[in-house]
Design a protein around this ligand. Structure first.
Ligand SMILES: [Zn+2]
Length: 364
């Protein structure tokens, strides 16, 4: 199995265009056509992890954080990033990062934390815009079902928990085939009128190419008439953070204790317990301070994340509890998330979890 078969699979779940602008997810080091021996999963692909990969004969390291964020101008081994890249290349080890694209999906990093905290009714806290498109296509009515099914099979027509969503209306299509055409209906040089239906579906823009290919395969017309619109709607399943609810509300101090144990952290930095009971919980793995206002807007009692600065704690404004469990601690279960995705879908190579704790922060 080649590296690209694994990366294509992961990008089917967490497409690269879901990543943030500052990010650098994707294959960072290596050739996608290399055959995979074994895979090592880590949070940070640091030098020690590359050594671990060498020892375990893994030639693909899958990390959550990209080892390179901004460009490298030299490779002299003068810092840990350059040394890691040099070591990986010298030892034919590929490095792949699945970062904010994995943060930004339902079932991603924050969902994993929310599952551990047993949150119900999970929704994306800050759904993204500019990802949805709408297709309108005109089809002779006897071919409508086939074309619609091809669209659904490609992943079009999914809205939240509903699949196979579409709208169709009837009308009359007209066309005049010229002498170079090979019309499936009508004759060259004769004005034609055909009873058609217009099918409308929404789709995420990353499937556009495969969706159009699938549609054209079953559409009877030589020239398919369709249009694609950019939508202003948010994509409710894609975006940062998760909001969910506890089945039964908990005392806030009990809940913080539960969070501390579940997140296996030595330290929870939190604001005043301005809520006695906790029911609605907002979660963001990693550095989530940018989502504080979203958490407030949806009425969360508490916002659990990592990496907050001193001044950001003031922004709780006594109407939400902020709990900072640590960046590494909040994301440590991401390794298992990636592991489960691979194990459940591939059996031709071994998948190992890195045993190295890459947290650069210690607590005294
Ligand atoms: Zn992170």
């Amino acid at each position: 199995m080649k590296i690209k078969e694994i990366t294509q699979f992961l990008e089917g779940i967490a497409p690269l265009n879901y990543q943030e602008g500052y990010d650098n997810s994707g294959l960072i080091v290596g050739d996608e056509n290399t055959k995979v021996t074994s895979v090592l999963i880590c949070l940070d692909s640091v030098e020690e992890v590359i050594e671990e990969a060498i020892e375990n004969r893994c030639n693909l390291v899958i990390a959550h954080h990209p080892i390179i964020f901004s460009g490298l101008k030299k490779l002299n081994g003068k810092n840990h990033i350059e040394r890691t890249i040099i070591k990986a290349i010298k030892n034919d080890i590929a490095i792949y990062a699945i970062h904010t694209n994995l943060d930004n999906i339902k079932g991603g990093v924050s969902s994993k934390i929310s599952d551990l905290l047993d949150l119900k009714n999970q929704r994306v806290l800050s759904p993204k815009k500019d990802l949805l498109r709408k297709l309108e296509v005109y089809v002779p009515k006897e071919n409508a079902e086939e074309v619609k099914n091809a669209l659904f099979e490609s992943g079009a027509g999914s809205i939240g928990d509903y699949t196979n969503c579409s709208f169709q209306s009837k009308g009359v299509g007209t066309f005049l085939p010229n002498e170079d055409s090979q019309p499936s209906i009508g004759e060259v040089g004769t004005q034609e009128r055909v009873e058609e239906v217009k099918i409308e579906v929404i789709f995420p823009k990353n499937i556009e190419k495969s969706m159009l290919t699938g549609m054209k395969k079953v559409h009877p017309y030589e020239e398919v008439a369709y249009q694609i619109y950019i939508l202003d709607n948010v994509f409710q399943d894609v975006g940062a953070g998760i909001i969910g609810e506890l089945e039964n509300e908990m005392d806030s101090s009990d809940f913080l204790e539960f969070v501390k144990n579940t997140m296996q952290t030595d330290c929870v930095r939190h604001t005043d317990l301005v809520k006695n009971k906790i029911k609605k919980v907002a979660v963001c793995g990693g550095s989530g301070s940018f989502l504080l206002n979203n958490a407030k807007e949806v009425g969360a009692d508490i916002f659990i994340t990592g990496d907050l600065k001193y001044h950001e704690f003031f922004n709780a404004e006594n109407n939400i509890i902020i709990a900072d469990v640590g960046h590494y601690e909040s994301e440590q279960f991401t390794k298992e998330l990636i592991y489960d995705l691979l194990i459940n879908n591939f059996s031709k190579f071994a998948v190992l979890l890195s045993k190295i704790n890459t947290n650069p922060i210690n607590y005294l």
